[in-house]
Design a protein around this ligand. Structure first.
Ligand code: PLP
Length: 401
C-alpha cells in the first residue's frame, strides 16, 4: 500500500473515533462501477457506499449540478425559499404517485426520527393515547437513540440503555404477532420492504398487504423504511410499488443524491398535516446544493432506465449465485430483490471471504460471519457480474481449504 494510505491509516487511528473496522484500502477516485485506490489499482464495486451510489461513481450530471449550485449559493437555511428544494419534493411526490408531502433531513436515521415524531403527533389527535411504534426483529432503522430503539437488534442497543420507550418488536412475516401488537396503544408500524442491515431478508407480499390492512383496521400508520430499498434499487422507484401498497409514511435517504448526505420523511397529505409550524426542523436539510444533486440523480436514474436494469441484473446475479451454491455447496439461501442480494455461506467465514475478495479487487460487503451482501450501483452489467462470480468461485474454494 502507498504512502498516502499509510498516512491516512495512522491519522485515522490517532484522531478518528474507532467505531468502524475499516478495510485496508483507500479509494481516491471512482467511475461507474469502478473504484481506484491510492496506487491506481482498479476494483469492481458491489457495495456502492452501502447502497447509496445507485448511478455509479462520479456521475457527470450530479457533479455538474453540485458544482453549478455550489458556485451560486450553498446555504441560507429553511428560514427562506431556495432553488431545487420544492422541485425535489415534487419529484419524490410524483415517483410515489402523488398526494404526499416531504420533510428533508440529512440521513436515514433522521428521516426515521422524523417519522416517529410524526406518528406520535398524528396519534395525539387521531388516536389519543397511542404512542407505540411497532417494528420487526432484525430490522435496522439507524443509530440515533429513537431510531436505535426502533431497530430490532438487541446487540446494537444494549450498551446504550436506557433507550427511549414506546417501541415493540415483532418477528418479520408473522401476521399473528403483528395482529397482537397493533393494539389501542399502537400509533404506527414501521417496516423495511427488504431488511438490509439485518441480513437481506425480504418481507413477503402477503405480510406487507396483511400489515397494511391491519394498520387501516386499527387506525395505526403504515410506515415503510425505504432508506435502502428506495430509488430503483429493487426495480421500481420504491420497493413497495411492486405490491400495490399505499403507505401513510415512507422514509428515504441513501441513494437520493447519489452518495451525498440527504434523507426525507414523506407522508400522505392528511398525515403530514399533523406537523405544525415549529414541530420539526433541520439546519441543513433541504439545502440548495443537496437538492440540486437529488434532482439530477432522479432525472438520470429515470433517463437511464436503471430500475429496469436493476431488476434484470438482480435476477442474473441471483441465478449465478444459486448455480455457484449448487456446484460448490459453499453458499445457500440466495435472497433479496433487484440489485439488493444476500446469501449465506456454509462452513466458511463471510468476513474472510470478503477480505479475500477485496485482495482480488472485488468490493463486497459481509454482514456478521455468515452473510455476503451485494449492493452494486444500478449500472452493473452482465460482464461485471460474470467477473465477480468467477472470482467468488475461486475464493470460496480457497477459503474452504
Ligand atoms: N434505515 C435503513 C433501512 C437503513 O438501511 C439504514 C442504513 O443502513 C438506515 C435506516 C440509517 O440510515 P443512515 O445511516 O443514513 O442514518
Amino acid at each position: 500500500m502507498g504512502g498516502l494510505f499509510e498516512l491516512a491509516k495512522q491519522h485515522d487511528a490517532s484522531c478518528v473515533m474507532q467505531t468502524y473496522a475499516r478495510k485496508p484500502v483507500m479509494f481516491v477516485r471512482g467511475s461507474g462501477m469502478r473504484l481506484y485506490d491510492d496506487e491506481g489499482c482498479e476494483y469492481l464495486d458491489f457495495v456502492s457506499g452501502i447502497g447509496a451510489v445507485n448511478l455509479g461513481h462520479a456521475h457527470p450530471a450530479v457533479t455538474a449540478a453540485v458544482a453549478e449550485q455550489a458556485a451560486k449559493l450553498v446555504h441560507v437555511s429553511n428560514l427562506f425559499y431556495v432553488e431545487h428544494r420544492a422541485e425535489l419534493a415534487c419529484d419524490i411526490n410524483r415517483l410515489l404517485g402523488g398526494g404526499m408531502k416531504v420533510f428533508f433531513a440529512n440521513s436515514g436515521a433522521e428521516a426515521n426520527e422524523g417519522a416517529i415524531k410524526l406518528a406520535r403527533r398524528w396519534a395525539g389527535a387521531a388516536k389519543p393515547g397511542a404512542v407505540t411504534v411497532v417494528t420487526t426483529h432484525r430490522s435496522f432503522h439507524g443509530r440515533t437513540l429513537a431510531a436505535l430503539a426502533a431497530t430490532g437488534q438487541p446487540g446494537k442497543q444494549e450498551a446504550f440503555a436506557p433507550l427511549p420507550s414506546g417501541f415493540v418488536h415483532v418477528p418479520l412475516n408473522d401476521l399473528d404477532a403483528l395482529d397482537a401488537a397493533l393494539d389501542e396503544g399502537a400509533a404506527a408500524f414501521l417496516v423495511e420492504v427488504v431488511q438490509g442491515e439485518g441480513g437481506v431478508w425480504p418481507a413477503t407480499p402477503e405480510y406487507l398487504l396483511g400489515a397494511e390492512a391491519l394498520c387501516r383496521e386499527r387506525s395505526a400508520l403504515f410506515m415503510l423504511d425505504e432508506v435502502q430499498t428506495g430509488f430503483f434499487r429493487t426495480g421500481p422507484a420504491f420497493a413497495h410499488q411492486a405490491f400495490g401498497l399505499t403507505p401513510d409514511v415512507v422514509t428515504l435517504a441513501k441513494a437520493m443524491a447519489n452518495g451525498l448526505p440527504i434523507g426525507a420523511l414523506v407522508a400522505r397529505d392528511e398525515v403530514a398535516a399533523a406537523f405544525r409550524t415549529g414541530d420539526h426542523g433541520s439546519t441543513f436539510g433541504g439545502g440548495p446544493v443537496i437538492c440540486a444533486a437529488g434532482r439530477a440523480t432522479i432525472a438520470a436514474l429515470e433517463a437511464e432506465d436503471l430500475g429496469r436494469n436493476a431488476a434484470a441484473m438482480g435476477e442474473y446475479l441471483s441465478a449465478g449465485l444459486r448455480a455457484l451454491g449448487e456446484r460448490t455447496g459453499l453458499l445457500e439461501g440466495v435472497r433479496g430483490s433487484g440489485l439488493m442480494r444476500g446469501c449465506t455461506l456454509v462452513g466458511i467465514d463471510a468476513a474472510d471471504v470478503a477480505a479475500r475478495l477485496l485482495e482480488r479487487r472485488m468490493v463486497v460487503n459481509h454482514i456478521g460471519a455468515q452473510t455476503l451482501r451485494f449492493l452494486p450501483p444500478l449500472v452493473c452489467g452482465r460482464e461485471e457480474i460474470d467477473t465477480l462470480l468467477g472470482i467468488l468461485s475461486d475464493v470460496l474454494e480457497e477459503a474452504a481449504k
